[in-house]
Design a protein. Structure first.
Length: 454
């Protein structure tokens, strides 16, 4: 066994030695390959570095050439800058000399130039706002260039200024008709025949027109003036050439007409009276209705009484006198005193029907100014309340209440005056009817008394 173990041990040692020898040989071959690779890479890196060095040297030479060129250019530009500075200084001196020479040569023309520019500027404003521009637009463009010019005006430009002023003066004395677009209040435009009255007003079939210089548009007034003013415009448009017609002219070129659009109409003033104003109007209407009814009734009654006066012996009960005569016919046998009482009673029965409504009209005539005074007090109370809340900075805030105070007073007086007149007429008619009844009654009594004495 020992020999066996020794043999195995010797075999193992020999095997290990052989493996180690094989591994050593393999490692030596790998190292040689690595060494060879390093040598080749060193040669390649050297070539690359040498190539880079050559490129750097070449670029350095180029940069030096560029630097030298830039230095030469800088020197040239500096020299050119010095020359330009000298030339600029010389030019400034030349310009100053030429300006002095120009001022000397202009003489009084400089003053004329200032006058021309000022006149052109003023003329532009007047031409733009002129109604003549509505017919002949674009006249201000030439003058605008003249007003902005910095050199002396030419003869043609002076003629344009002269023509512009002369045209404005000439056209201001003419009544001319032309076709133009009129911008409606709803934004649309229509072609219309427009008549220009000098430099004052424009009119058409729609009435008076307004020219807006800012937008260069012709537009009708928001509210036309009164009818008699519009009728003069119609008369002027229908007048033949060479004839004359009266016309209401606004010398402010439409300013007064624009103010007229802000003026309240009678209807608007009536509504400013508010509730009190409406009540006063109701009183006036009711009073007139009562007066009309009573006048109609009294007229019919008077007619029937006059018819009865023609036939006193045949009483007709469709009228007060006939009913009184009927009472007399029924009481002929009575003595004078009883007959007089009977007739007075009959007249008293007829009096309320004849005087019906007269006192109501009188009361309405007395109430109307009192209600106007009430509206005045209410309006002043509202005015002071608004002053307390908003102060007195804006008068328009108080205008409504003040209008109510004044309008109600006016409405009360306006209602009272005709009611008083109507009351006087109705009362006079009723008194005349009663006077006829009293007169006939007295005559009947007198005749009856004479019969008793006989």
């Amino acid at each position: 066994m020992k020999k066996l173990f020794k043999g195995l041990a010797v075999s193992a040692v020999l095997s290990v030695s052989a493996g180690a020898a094989l591994n050593a040989h393999a490692d030596t071959a790998a190292l040689d390959k690595i060494l060879e690779q390093v040598k080749q890479e060193r040669i390649s890196s050297g070539k690359i570095n040498k190539q880079r060095e050559q490129e750097f040297l070449s670029a350095r030479a180029d940069k030096q050439a560029l630097l030298n060129t830039a230095k030469r250019d800088l020197a040239a530009e500096e020299a050119r800058g010095d020359r330009l500075k000298k030339q600029y200084a010389q030019n400034e001196a030349t310009l100053a000399a030429k300006e002095a020479e120009l001022e000397t040569a202009k003489g009084t023309l400089g003053e004329m130039f200032g006058v021309v520019r000022r006149a052109a500027s003023e003329t532009i404003g007047s031409i733009e706002a002129s109604l003549v521009s509505a017919e002949k637009p674009g006249r201000e463009e030439v003058l605008r260039s003249l007003a902005a010019a910095k050199e002396l005006p030419t003869t043609r430009e002076l003629e344009e200024l002269w023509i512009g002023l002369q045209t404005e003066m000439t056209e201001s004395a003419k009544v001319s008709s032309f076709e133009a677009k009129v911008a409606q209040l709803d934004g649309s435009e229509v072609n219309a025949k427009v008549t220009r009255i000098g430099n004052f007003n424009l009119i058409s079939d729609q009435g008076y027109l307004i020219y807006h210089p800012e937008t260069k548009q012709i537009q009708p007034l928001g509210r036309q003036p009164d009818g008699y003013v519009l009728s003069s415009a119609d008369d002027l448009q229908s007048t033949a050439a060479g004839s004359y017609a009266g016309f209401y002219t606004d010398p402010t070129r439409g300013s007064i007409l624009r103010l007229n659009t802000q003026k309240a109409t009678h209807e608007e003033r009536f509504h400013q009276g508010g509730t009190v104003g409406y009540l006063i109007a109701v009183l006036l209407v009711i009073g007139f209705i009562i007066a009309i009814i009573r006048l109609a009734d009294l007229t019919v009654t008077t007619t029937k009484i006059k018819s009865q006066l023609k036939n006193l012996n045949t009483p007709n009960e469709n009228n007060p006198l006939g009913r009184i005569l009927k009472v007399y016919q029924d009481n002929k046998d009575q003595d004078v005193e009883n007959l007089e009482l009977k007739l007075d009673e009959a007249i008293l029965r007829e009096t309320p029907r004849i005087e019906a409504g007269v006192n109501i009209i009188k009361i309405f005539a007395a109430i109307a100014p009192l209600m106007g005074l009430l509206g005045t007090v209410v309006g002043m109370i509202e005015t002071f309340q608004q002053i307390t809340l908003f102060g007195t900075g804006d008068p328009k805030i108080m205008a409504g209440s003040i209008s109510m105070a004044l309008v109600t007073t006016a409405l009360g007086l306006i209602a009272a005056l005709p009611l008083i007149l109507v009351h006087a007429i109705v009362a006079s008619r009723s008194k005349s009817v009663l006077h006829i009844l009293d007169e006939q009654s007295a005559g009947i009594i007198a005749a009856h008394a004479e019969k008793e004495k006989a």
